[in-house]
Design a protein around this ligand. Structure first.
Ligand code: GRF
Length: 214
């Protein structure tokens, strides 16, 4: 039976859309947002995917919100919870509940530029290479075992917007591929926290790792 995932979003949902468009060998059981007005919810609904909003503003504490979110997620019985532009920080209890089953994409080459405004900070720092990272989620924000990364050049004429767009294109390439490996049983998080990838490679780009020679 195909594995089930739930995707969590907060806004636009372009990574979620890329995951749906990839027709992965898994069931997207639901897309859940902490913002009822998230554009991505309408996109998902238009594709026949169940959607739900758990509005964080309606809960008095982070714990109460996380409990409500976990209840909404668990109703769909996913094997993996996929963060795709989900902009809330979890309590440790939430992260522990989904240990090894919570995966995220972050718009920088971690451990550089954890947190927000990664593209502006990359420009300010003057780095020549920037990118995105898919990683398992741990209690520490934007940490956790790295599964894959894609790098892009930072060009002299770049603005925050042009750089963000270039990184986003790589996000849309690597996230579906990582989930394909997971769906096919080729991606595991070991007990020791190490990521195990079997026969996993991006065939087409030297700046995406693992590459074809890996
Ligand atoms: C992406 O850049 C993602 O890496 C970051 O937030 C952005 C979400 O974009 N966490 P979208 O909602 O997937 O279009």
């Amino acid at each position: 039976m195909a594995a089930r995932i739930v995707i969590l979003i907060s806004g636009r949902g372009s990574n979620m859309a890329a995951l749906l468009a990839a027709h992965l060998p898994l069931v997207v059981a639901a897309v859940i947002s902490n913002r009822p007005e998230a554009e991505g919810l309408a996109l998902a609904a238009a594709q026949g995917v169940a959607t739900e909003a758990v509005d964080h503003r309606r809960y008095p504490t982070r714990e109460a919100f996380d409990d409500a979110l976990a209840a909404a997620i668990d109703r769909h019985q996913p094997q993996l919870v996929v963060l795709a532009g989900f902009m809330r920080i979890f309590t440790p209890a939430f992260v522990q509940r989904y240990r090894g089953r919570l995966i995220n994409i972050h718009p920088s080459l971690l451990p550089a530029f954890q947190g927000l405004h990664t593209h502006r900070r990359a420009l300010d720092a003057g780095v020549r290479i920037h990118g995105c990272t898919v990683h398992f989620v741990t209690e520490e924000l934007d940490h956790g075992p790295i599964v894959a990364q894609a790098a892009v050049p930072v060009l002299p004429e770049d603005t925050e917007e042009t750089l963000a767009a270039r990184v986003l294109r790589s996000e849309h390439r690597i996230y579906p591929e990582v989930l394909r490996w997971w769906a096919e049983g080729r991606l595991k998080l070991q007990e020791d926290g190490r990521v195990l990838l079997e026969r996993a490679a991006f065939p087409d780009a030297a700046l995406q790792v693992p590459g074809s020679g890996a």
